[in-house]
Structure formats: structure tokens, C-alpha cells
Design a protein around this ligand. Structure first.
Ligand code: F0G
Length: 438
């Protein structure tokens, strides 16, 4: 199955060997994507093969990414694959969350069940395989936290040296702890994500370090499997909407590419609509998509949100994301800090839980249903991108009324749940438990 790298820009479309170390088009500097000459593929046969592989104990088939390898055929030798059994994440229905969002039913594709607790693992197993195939020794990324945790774990498992660049003071301890524990050389830079990405791009080239941010097209190939697995779990019933948070916009690019390819190859007969949700303080894509034809993409110079995973003002993948949102007749919405925080508490009360950025999905759904964009009867899947335990500090502050924005404004949560200090006294505790709970 021949694979190539192709420039994403329509007017260029230059092609390069899949083994070139490239992150953007050498001719026009646009984004690159993997392209395949698919040859004959039989969708119904493959759907059955993928089902059968779930029962097989080989590492490749136990991976929720490589199980679908016919759709990501960029390797010529699977000996390069390092898998932590990524993917295999559940699709969880919640009546409670559906009601909060204004829907009759809602399910969550929970990527927080991944080995390092976020959707990045789906992409990282592919990025790491490509690094090994290219003979690279060191890998690097800039990250708001999850990418660095994931890259470090996969690099460690693969015997590569991980170097991570993170915005000083702006990533959650859960994520930083993971990177330290998996052994990353950790550089805390006094700059924001967007500034550090420019820095890391130039350093990677200069020092021959393989870059594993989502501009790396092989990361995107891996993240396609989130959509494939989701459809497999639904017996290939296409939902009306897939809702996901948007930061650097790699994930929406991956989802759109997966959907286009599945449609083109005959796995599905229609496309769901993509809804991308950003935090109000870091919403350049939302603003651009309100009037996409009127001008250039304007970056947000000072992105701010307590959902630090999506605190990004200059998302590199916006041209791809634009294309994918348009192709699926999708929408982009922005939500406030309060809306994210309360939606997150609701996802917690459903027994599911997630990190702040992931909860932007339910907040966005609530807003889009209220605005009449999403029908209450619609069949909706929201993608929870990260685990609840990624950011325990946020959770504690929310439930104890101490959550504050960067500018010091209080985020008033509606679903606070304060711990109660009690004396070591059974009578007093019995008294307390007899009282009705607020
Ligand atoms: N949700 C979570 C939990 C994330 O960590 C990210 C991105 C996103 C959503 C947004 O995805 O960038 O593909 O639009 N985190 C990156 C990181 C930027 O460095 O971990 P996106």
C-alpha cells in the first residue's frame, strides 16, 4: 500500500516520500498529510476482521489503533510499533448528562481511559513508530501537558530520549508528574504554547530531533482511529454529531480526515457533523469561523483559560480544521469558564468525570441545543479527551469555591461539593448524617 506525504494546500499538493523528515511543505510551508493509494479494500470484510482481532492477544491486535491498521498504512514493517494498548476506550451513555445538555440521549467516547489518560496516546503510538523507522534517537514536543505525558511514555517504552518544552507554570501537576516519572528531559520555558512551538520547530531541525507535535502527520493518522473505533462500537451507525474540544486543532483535523476516508472507501454512507468547542479566552478558530471568507486567521496573542489543555492562541492546524468543519457542515462554538466548570461537574455527577478541556463538549452541546443548532432528538457523541485525575487542583478549587481565572475573577460553580470537617465523635457524625443534604 504505497504511502506519501502530500501538501495540504490545494494550489500546491506537492508530494514527498513518506520517509522524508518533514513537518511542513518544503515548497510552500503549508501543512502536510499522509496520502495513500488505497488499492482494493472490502469494507464489510474489514469490519469483520477488525471485530475478530478484538479477541486476539497479539499486541498489534490488542491496540485500538493498530487493530485498524488498514486505514493507517504508512509503515512497511510493524516491527517498529510500540504499543501500550492505546485506544480501546469506552463509549458511555449518560441520561443525566444528556438532560443537562438538553438532549434525549448522549454518549461520551472517553479517551481518558487511555494508558496515559488522554487521546494523545492514539496518535503517539504512530508518531513513535515513525520516529523508530526513521532511525531518530531523540523526540521532542511543546505541550500544554497531555502531549508531553504521552510522548514521554511512548519514547520511554521505545528506548528513545524524550525532551519536552512546557509553558512555565501553566500545566497541571498531574500531567507534569507523568512526564517527570516517565523520564522526560523537562524544559519549562517562560513563554506561552504558541511561542514555544516556533522555538521547538527551529531547534528540532537544527539538532536533528524528531518533532512529535500534531503538525507531525503521523500523529494525525493515529488519532483517526478514535473515530474508527467509535463507529465500530456503534456497529457503524453514524451519529448526527461528533462534538470535541479544539485547541491546536490537530484532533478535529484527524477526525475530519478519518470521516472523509471512511466515506470515500465505502465504510459509511454519510458524514456526521463536527462541532468544535473552544474556551472563550482562547477562541481564535471560533472567531475566524464566524466569517471565514472575510480575511486572514487572526491569532489570539494572550490566550487565557483554566482549561489549560486548550490554552492556545495560534493553532497551527487551523487550515485543516477549517476544511474538515466545512466538509462535514460543522459548527464552532465558544464557552465561558463557568460553563466549562459546571459541565465538568455534571460529567462527574454522571459517574464519568473528565478534565476541564473535555467538559467544553457538554457546555458547547448545552449552548448549541439552546440555540436550536443541535436538535434535542439528535444522536450525539461527545469526545472526552482527558481523564478527571489530570487536573485535581482544578477539581478541588471548584468544589471548595476557590476557582479563579488568571485575572483573579471568581468562577462561581453551581455544583460545589465541599468536604466537611467533623470531630471524632459518633453522635455528632450521626446527627450530621440525619440532616437532609442540601
Ligand atoms: N483536550 C485535551 C485534554 C487536550 O490535551 C488537548 C490538547 C485538546 C483537547 C485539544 O486538542 O490541540 O488537537 O485541538 N492538548 C495539546 C497538548 C495541545 O499539548 O497536550 P487539539
Amino acid at each position: 500500500m504505497p504511502a506519501e506525504l502530500a501538501c495540504f494546500r490545494k494550489s500546491c499538493r506537492a508530494r514527498f516520500p513518506v520517509t522524508d523528515v518533514l513537518y511542513s511543505c518544503p515548497r510552500c510551508d503549508s501543512l502536510l498529510e499522509a496520502r495513500y493509494d488505497w488499492g482494493p479494500l472490502d469494507p464489510s470484510e474489514l469490519k469483520e476482521t477488525w471485530r475478530r482481532r478484538r479477541l486476539d492477544n497479539s499486541p498489534l491486535n490488542q491496540s485500538g489503533v493498530w487493530r485498524y491498521r488498514e486505514l493507517i498504512p504508512f509503515l512497511d514493517d510493524y516491527a517498529h510499533v510500540v504499543t501500550l494498548r492505546e485506544g480501546n476506550t469506552p463509549l458511555l451513555e449518560s441520561a443525566r448528562a444528556a438532560e443537562y445538555g438538553g438532549l434525549r440521549r448522549l454518549s461520551f467516547k472517553h479517551q481518558g481511559f487511555n494508558p496515559t489518560g488522554s487521546f494523545k496516546d492514539n496518535g503517539m503510538t504512530c508518531g513513535t513508530a515513525q520516529a523508530l523507522r526513521l532511525g531518530m534517537r531523540r523526540v521532542a514536543c511543546v505541550s500544554t501537558g497531555n502531549t508531553s505525558a504521552s510522548m514521554t511514555a511512548y519514547a520511554a517504552a521505545a528506548g528513545l530520549q524524550p525532551i519536552i518544552f512546557i509553558p512555565h507554570g501553566n500545566i497541571s501537576y498531574g500531567k507534569l508528574a507523568q512526564a517527570l516519572e516517565y523520564g522526560a528531559l523537562t524544559l519549562q520555558v517562560e513563554a506561552n504554547f504558541d511561542q514555544i512551538l516556533a522555538l521547538v520547530r527551529s531547534l528540532a531541525e537544527r539538532l536533528g530531533i524528531y518533532l512529535l507535535n500534531s503538525i507531525n502527520p503521523f500523529r494525525i493518522e493515529g488519532q483517526k482511529s478514535i473515530v474508527v473505533e467509535l463507529l465500530d462500537q456503534r456497529d457503524w451507525r453514524v451519529p448526527d454529531w461528533i462534538v470535541l474540544p479544539g485547541g491546536n486543532l490537530g484532533n478535529v483535523s484527524a477526525f475530519g480526515k478519518a470521516l472523509r476516508e471512511l466515506h470515500e472507501l465505502g465504510f459509511v454512507d454519510r458524514l456526521p457533523r463536527l462541532a468544535v468547542i473552544q474556551a472563550e479566552g482562547a477562541a481564535p478558530f471560533y472567531r475566524f469561523m464566524r466569517k471565514p471568507r472575510e480575511g486572514a486567521f487572526v491569532a489570539e496573542p494572550k490566550p487565557e483559560t483554566l482549561a489549560t489543555a486548550i490554552r492556545i492562541g495560534d493553532p497551527v492546524s487551523w487550515p485543516k480544521a477549517w476544511h474538515e468543519v466545512e466538509t462535514t457542515n460543522g459548527v464552532v462554538e465558544a464557552v465561558s469558564e463557568e460553563e466549562i466548570a459546571d459541565a465538568k461537574a455534571q460529567i462527574g455527577l454522571a459517574g464519568i468525570g473528565c478534565e476541564p478541556a473535555s467538559a467544553a463538549t457538554l457546555a458547547g452541546i448545552r449552548k448549541l441545543v439552546a440555540a436550536g443548532v443541535i436538535e434535542p432528538e439528535a444522536d450525539v457523541v461527545a469526545v472526552l479527551t482527558g481523564n478527571l485525575l489530570k487536573d485535581p487542583d482544578y477539581v478541588y478549587r471548584y468544589h471548595t469555591g476557590q476557582l479563579k481565572t488568571a485575572s483573579g475573577g471568581a468562577v462561581r460553580g453551581r455544583y460545589e461539593n465541599r468536604p466537611v470537617v467533623v470531630p471524632n465523635d459518633p453522635d455528632r457524625i450521626a446527627e450530621l448524617l440525619a440532616a437532609p443534604r442540601g
